[in-house]
Design a protein around this ligand. Structure first.
Ligand SMILES: [Zn+2]
Length: 550
């Protein structure tokens, strides 16, 4: 039997058609999760589904366009179709996700195991969704324009596609951002990008050299300002509070119209820095960055992972260091110090519900711990703070002062006002938490004769609908000020400032100057008068305000 030849088609149409086919045919698990993540199948969501579909098709088309050359595109599509058919079969049939471990299983599997996975249904799927579309592609006679025009068309296609994708994402941001954040598995379900990510992750693991952590500040010693008090056994306790997703502009201390800081406003001797920017726009960047000796310009995750940080230097100077966490860990910043996870709910604890605990739990037993400590102590408290999108879950009912409040992760179902109200309540709770921390330190100074201090800063800010953006994590250079401008405060007990000869009025005068996370490493060393070659006095906020330097 002779099969009639198919008509010629223009090459760009092939990639567009193939992209639409890929998004539609291999992504059953992805769409199922996507629909439930955006509030379930309903007609009102149709524009979101259509927009996401078109954005994905355009994105894949931009990538395939770069490979759309004679003798290249057909083999590429064949491999893609067959691999994607197999991947989508295993995702649908076994509910597996395609990640680095999965690739490892495939690579290291023995023939007997592989045999057990083979089934008629797998063969059917690969035939129907892999081989048949490949055969159709091979039978298509393609027409490519002349070379120069071809390259122009390709460049134009890629640029226009990516612009359209960006536009669609911005338009759908309010729905997409919480869905993608709360359902990280979506990333692993989207075929074929999951396969490339998984292969990349697997190869990276195979070639990774074990991280050797270089020591830092091996020369760290306590300086002269520790003075006679140290010899007489007078101890210091410094609490460093690492905030979460708190943005400076929603603090009434920084001029916000709502009274979100009623307690901190009453705290005597509190120095509030109004103009501080973060190292990153996400916890995983900011936290390792600000505890490392690298400034934002020099920081990379690899560099920070292969060198000790601030807490190691403090330990070298002979201080005890404890990290207490109510968040998702310290991202390597506390690897070699004592770590206490207080985020797991304990039944019966009034500061916890079934899922999580409020930040006040970080203060559990602290007065006793401070009273009993034998050595100088630095305690890091890592808050859950204002982590979104479920802001309303971050504070106990008594702090629901602003309302009405958005009570769903699906931000598109809420008005902007109700999202901001929930966020502001979480700031109000942080106000209480910080104020209580200061009260506790003030009491320890009075009752136990300990010199106490607190430094608070947030890891990054948050978008709450400005420029139609929500949450955080935008690439730094494109990120809005809302995500980069963080609160920072310092409180020193009288005995602490006397001992370390820090002038309060000088510090108050510095509070309007511009600072960043780059200052934290050196400021903590400076306020505790730790001498080491890695300390840079120019980045120490306290340094110009210590006696002799004013
Ligand atoms: Zn964070």
């Amino acid at each position: 039997m002779k099969i009639a030849p198919l008509p010629h088609i223009k090459a760009p149409l092939l990639t567009l058609g193939a992209s639409a086919f890929v998004v539609a045919a291999y992504n059953h698990s992805f769409w199922k999760t996507f629909v439930s993540a955006t509030g379930g199948a309903q007609l009102g969501n149709a524009p979101v589904y259509a927009g996401a579909f078109v954005a994905l098709v355009l994105l894949f088309n931009a990538i395939l366009t770069l490979l759309n050359f004679r003798f290249v595109i057909k083999p590429v599509l064949t491999v893609l179709f067959i691999a994607a058919a197999a991947a989508s079969y295993f995702m649908n049939e076994y509910g597996v996700v395609i990640d680095a471990t999965m690739v490892q299983n495939v690579v290291e599997t023995d023939p007997k195991e592989a045999h057990e996975l083979l089934s008629w249904k797998l063969l059917q799927t690969i035939t129907l969704l892999g081989i048949v579309p490949s055969l159709i592609v091979w039978r298509l006679p393609l027409r490519f324009p002349p070379v120069r025009r071809d390259l122009l068309v390709k460049a134009g296609t890629v640029i226009v596609s990516l612009l359209a994708v960006t536009g669609l994402l911005l338009l759908l941001f309010k729905t997409l951002a919480p869905a993608v954040r709360e359902h990280r598995e979506l990333r692993l379900l989207l075929t074929p990008t999951n396969m490339f990510q998984a292969a990349h992750g697997y190869l990276k693991e195979q070639w990774a050299v074990p991280v050797v952590v270089a020591p830092l500040g091996t020369d760290a010693r306590r300086g002269a300002r520790w003075g006679a008090a140290a010899a007489s056994g007078r101890r210091t306790v410094t609490i460093v509070v690492v905030g979460e997703t708190a943005r400076a502009m929603n603090f009434s201390l920084n001029g916000y119209a709502r009274p979100t800081n009623p307690l901190l406003a009453q705290q005597k001797d509190l120095i509030n820095f109004r103009n501080v920017s973060s190292c990153g726009t996400a916890t995983a960047v900011s936290v390792p960055c600000l505890f490392s000796a690298f400034g934002r310009d020099d920081y990379t995750a690899d560099k920070a992972a292969s060198q000790e940080g601030l807490l190691d230097v403090l330990k070298r100077a002979g201080l005890d260091v404890v990290w207490r966490d109510n968040n998702s860990g310290c991202k390597g910043a506390c690897d070699r110090v004592q770590y206490e996870d207080l985020s797991r709910p304990v039944p019966g604890d009034p500061l916890c519900n079934g899922e999580e605990c409020y930040d006040e739990r970080l203060l559990r037993d602290l007065p006793q711990r401070i009273h009993d400590a034998k050595n100088d102590l630095v305690i890091v408290l890592h808050q859950k703070g204002s982590h979104g999108p479920a802001y309303w879950k971050r504070y106990p009912a008594g702090f629901g002062k602003f309302g009405p409040v958005c009570r769903t992760n699906e931000l598109e179902q809420c008005s902007r006002e109700s999202i901001v109200a929930a966020y502001d309540n979480s700031i109000l709770y942080t106000d209480y938490f910080l104020s209580k921390t200061i009260d506790l330190l003030r009491a320890a100074a009075a009752d136990d004769g300990v010199d106490t201090a607190m430094l608070y800063f947030s890891d990054h800010g948050e978008s709450l609908g400005e420029k139609n953006m929500y949450l955080h994590g935008a690439p730094y250079i494109l990120s809005p000020a809302e995500q980069r401008t963080v609160p920072m405060m310092m409180w020193l007990s009288d005995s602490f400032s006397q001992r370390f000869k820090i002038d309060d009025r000088c510090m108050a005068a510095r509070s309007t100057q511009e600072f960043s996370h780059d200052n934290i490493f050196h400021t903590v060393l400076g306020m505790l008068d730790i001498n080491t070659a890695v300390y840079n006095p120019r980045l120490d906020i306290v340094h110009p305000c210590t006696s002799g330097n004013i």
